[in-house]
Design a protein around this ligand. Structure first.
Ligand SMILES: [Zn+2]
Length: 396
């Protein structure tokens, strides 16, 4: 299992109620400070993260039906909706009931039967197991090939899904990546939506899949995802700062080697799926991050415009807030001392094959005040794929 600390903390109260807490499963992460009476004091296990971050994902098992309280030991460890919980071992997730979201550092949960295990997290965790379950829906579908980008540092397979045109000269190649930052799981639900759309049988999507070759990399930091790391601001540099000099991670090194060979002389598009900070300004709506290159930026704006006009799913998306121009808020290019990002690396191919590269920031919990759900994220991915088809002028 992971290199991080694995804890099993339990406490007995006078009425023989015990609560066990652990993170000993894929994606698990917690640091339990103490349990006093009916309150658990917890925070994230930061491991090799520089500074603070907020990913945690633990299992709690109550010996009897009872309400327990969970108190974050620092601020900014819970989203605007508090925490998410799962009653089925992490398969499906829901945001806490409003009445259980007691403050920005405290939530409660009522276990309604003895020995009930409930998962809690600041988001809706997604690991290899979830990808495997998603892919069973496409077994035997010759249009999708589960390949391997590389083997990770810790010996895991980093998946590469090849979908679409097998022609040596498709109209375009499109590379979609997620989890450069291990904790940013909401991007995987968007990716599922993109893949589902692409493999649907509508005329637009059939045309797109016939004419465009796609690579999807669901877990760039596969070890971080499975071990439950933060991933963001990893020391000495994280996966999204590993695109210059000598790459220190196999996945980024492999992308830098394989993508130029794959795309050849065919124009290509890169889409890197991220989640923003945990809450607040610029973190509670869906937006694309403007590239420093004005020519790429105007291509991004075209995609944003198409998406804002045509999207049908429940997640609100606006042309104005849906694009963060270069030079605004955190997007100033001043944050790259440790190395180049995916966007900067891909932008280096502009004028020699790259049509557009973009980063998407998809929020964890709140989008323009509405609740983010896995279904909503999935639907947004569907919309994004349709917008991409229209942007590439295919299937119309
Ligand atoms: Zn990120």
């Amino acid at each position: 299992m992971g290199q991080g600390q694995r804890e099993l903390t339990s406490v007995s109260s006078p009425h023989a109620a015990t609560l066990g807490i652990d993170a000993d499963f894929p994606g698990g992460n917690v640091r339990v400070e103490q349990i006093i009476a009916d309150t658990v004091y917890f925070g994230p296990d930061l491991r090799d993260t520089s500074g603070e971050w907020f990913y945690w994902n633990f299992r709690a098992l109550s010996s009897i039906p009872k309400t327990w309280y969970f108190k974050a030991t620092k601020s900014n460890l819970m989203t605007g909706l508090g925490a998410a919980y799962s009653l089925d071992g992490g398969e499906t997730w829901h945001w806490l009931d409003r009445n259980d979201h007691l403050s920005d550092r405290l939530f409660s949960f009522t276990f309604d039967r003895a020995d009930q295990a409930v998962r809690f997290s600041m988001g809706m965790p997604y690991t290899q197991r979830d990808l495997a379950r998603f892919l069973t829906g496409f077994q035997g579908d010759h249009r999708i090939a589960l390949d391997e980008l590389c083997i990770s540092e810790r010996g895991r397979s980093v998946e590469k899904l090849a979908i679409g045109s097998r022609s040596a000269s498709p109209s375009y190649n499109v590379l979609v990546t997620a989890r450069a930052h291990a904790c940013e799981m909401m991007g995987n639900y968007v990716m599922e939506g993109m893949i589902s759309a692409l493999l649907s049988e509508t005329p637009e999507m059939k045309a797109l899949a016939e004419q465009v070759s796609f690579w999807f990399i669901p877990f760039l930091d596969k070890d971080g995802v499975e071990d439950g790391d933060q991933g963001k601001n990893r020391i000495p540099r994280d996966h999204n700062r590993d695109y210059s000099g000598e790459s220190i991670y196999a996945s980024t090194r492999s992308l830098r080697e394989q993508v130029p060979k794959w795309v050849g002389y065919v124009p290509w598009v890169g889409i890197d799926l991220h989640n923003p900070w945990i809450k607040g300004e610029n973190n509670e709506w869906i937006y694309f991050v403007g590239n420093a290159n004005p020519a790429i930026s105007s291509e991004q704006e075209r995609l944003v415009e198409i998406l804002a006009k045509g999207h049908r799913g429940p997640m609100k998306f606006t042309e104005n807030e849906g694009f963060l121009p270069f030079g605004v808020a955190w997007n100033t290019g001043s944050n790259y001392d440790q190395g180049a990002s995916f966007g900067q690396w891909a932008a280096g191919f502009h004028g020699r094959g790259l049509k557009m590269v973009t980063t998407l920031e998809f929020p964890y919990a709140l989008n323009h005040g509405q609740m983010v759900t896995t279904e909503g994220a999935h639907a947004f991915g569907v919309d994004l794929m349709y917008a991409l088809g229209e942007y590439l002028d295919i299937g119309k």
